[in-house]
Ligand binder design. Sequence first.
Ligand code: ADP
Ligand code: MG
Ligand code: ZN
Length: 652
Amino acid sequence: MDKKHRRILFSTAYWIIGLFLIFGLPQLWLHIQTRQISYAEFKSMVRQGRVLEVRMSQNEVKGLMFSGPAKDLPAVREHLIQIKRKLSGGEIWGVSGTQTPSLQDLLNKLRATATQKNDIVLFAAVRVKDPKLVEDLDAHGVDYSGVKESMFGQFLWGTLLPIVFWVGLWFLLLKGMGRPGAGLLSIGKSKAKIAMEKDTGVSFEDVAGCDEAKDELEEVVEFMKRPQRYEKLGAKIPKGVLLLGPPGTGKTLLARALAGEAKVSFYSISGSEFVEMFVGVGAARVRDLFTQAKKNAPCIIFIDEIDAIGKFRGGVTPGGHEEREQTLNQLLVEMDGFEPNIGVIILAATNRPEVLDPALLRPGRFDRQVVLDAPDVQGREAILQVHGRNKPLAEDVDLKQIAMRTPGFSGADLANVMNEAALLAAREGMDRITQSILEDAVDKVLTGPERKSRRLGDRERRRVAYHEAGHALVAHESPDAPPVAKISIIPRGRAALGYTLQLPVEEQYLMTKTEILDKICVSLGGRCAEKLIFGEVSSGAQNDLEMATEMAKSMVCRFGMSDDVGPMALTRETSSFLKLQGMEQQKEPMSPELSAKVDKEISRILNEQETRATQILEKNRHHLERVAEKLLADEVMSAEEFNKIINGNGGN
Ligand code: ADP
Ligand code: MG
Ligand code: ZN
């Protein structure tokens, strides 16, 4: 439906409703209230003295009457006289020039004061020729007056003003319909809800640790600001930029920063909003969106979480997706359709690029892809600095060290750490954030809050202490495992009943075979310690076991680290940083012989490492016991304390 039709339809509906409201409703209301009686009935009521007030017009008598018990009549009449006296300002009716009160008025006032309110009735009767009417009325003391039809005042208040108001509103709404992105009625219109931000208040300075991505986007800012420079050289400005990366790495933040830097209009919409707004109402809306954008060029359209619309077309999901497909198709067509250099750039973000339709990714659409990965140690330090900017940090704070402690943290995690630290400091009543507070905050973000309420019994606490001490000792004795940084047996939210934290000396991107073997050995260390001390293992080692098995499997199937199986990748990975939880990695078809061999290799690796861990613990049993006892006493142990015990100068 085009604009003109929509307006006409709107106006018609508007006026039908309006005329009814102005004329129909008051009439209807009066009609419902009025009791229609015959003229004879009216006369008989007059004779019984039940008629209180009468208004006569050319063809109708209207009035108030009392239908209750006769004994109440005098009281009601008295009320009416009081009311009229009040209305005329104490004067006798009519003398002071006050206007005749309407029946409706009198009725309302009577009902408000008299006790017999439900017996006071508004009536109407069709007039017949009756010369004696006035005489009769006089005889029974009924106050009467004639009514000139449609008095000016009534007309003004009851009709003219509502009409004027209604016309005014109509103009306003109609004007609003024409203006994009404004007006009350633009709800159904696509462009309406897409929020336009002139200034997002975020700049590139607020984004840290992803310099390559920032460089790419800075170039985009340049395009928008000085397109001629690029046009001169015959370069095409990219139409679409796709930001990829795991959750919390700052994709949304970066997009907002880009808008802040480019100082152009920034239309932001999330994929799910897009679906809500466009899918099911037709692809025309998408066209609208682009028409708008072109009119407002230069501008940036940002579609966050684009995977909601850009999912692979066809394929697995059966039925019900046709609409979404059409919307996606329209998006593709639009992206192809506009000229490259008109100054509209589409920015999109997703953390699931593997589900995106390949058509979206081909050149000419989202041909720039900017990957945001989890930050490295320098990046983490920079992000911590950004988020520590307006927080009071104590002298002893060493953000570099915190960055070292947080491998694998995303920008959002780090922002969370700084915030948790501020909260913790406030809770402790301190006015600065100290290093130890920051470390506590890291622990909290890493493993959830301490669960003070979960008190373990003595036997279980002993078991946990030995289990963790076992991990720590094996880690210490394995040359290629990262050193122990902290041991704790305080139960924590997500994590188990205790944990041993190992931290690499420097950022690592690769793992050698020995390092993986050491890691398996350390995972099994807790279990082995339990077996050694208590004679049997417990269910607490389940997680360790899963991790060890997973690593052994990866060694054999993905990294080709088993001599028996040889250099063969038996599992195919889709993308390195986006393993979907609960999604099986795709398996290569495997012959039964090969499969048996793989199983044998995995169990060989695990058994070997278990034996090795047990040997280490047996050899260092006195250390194991000392670490565990100290843990039972203190609950947490730092790296220094641990090393002191191991190196023999902690106690004797
Ligand atoms: P996503 O990639 O999931 O869209 P967001 O951009 O929403 O992540 O990031 C969430 C929050 O994490 C941001 O508001 C910001 O506070 C913080 N953050 C993430 N990455 C960075 C970064 N590189 N620099 C500074 N803060 C960051
Ligand atoms: Mg986001
Ligand atoms: Zn464990």
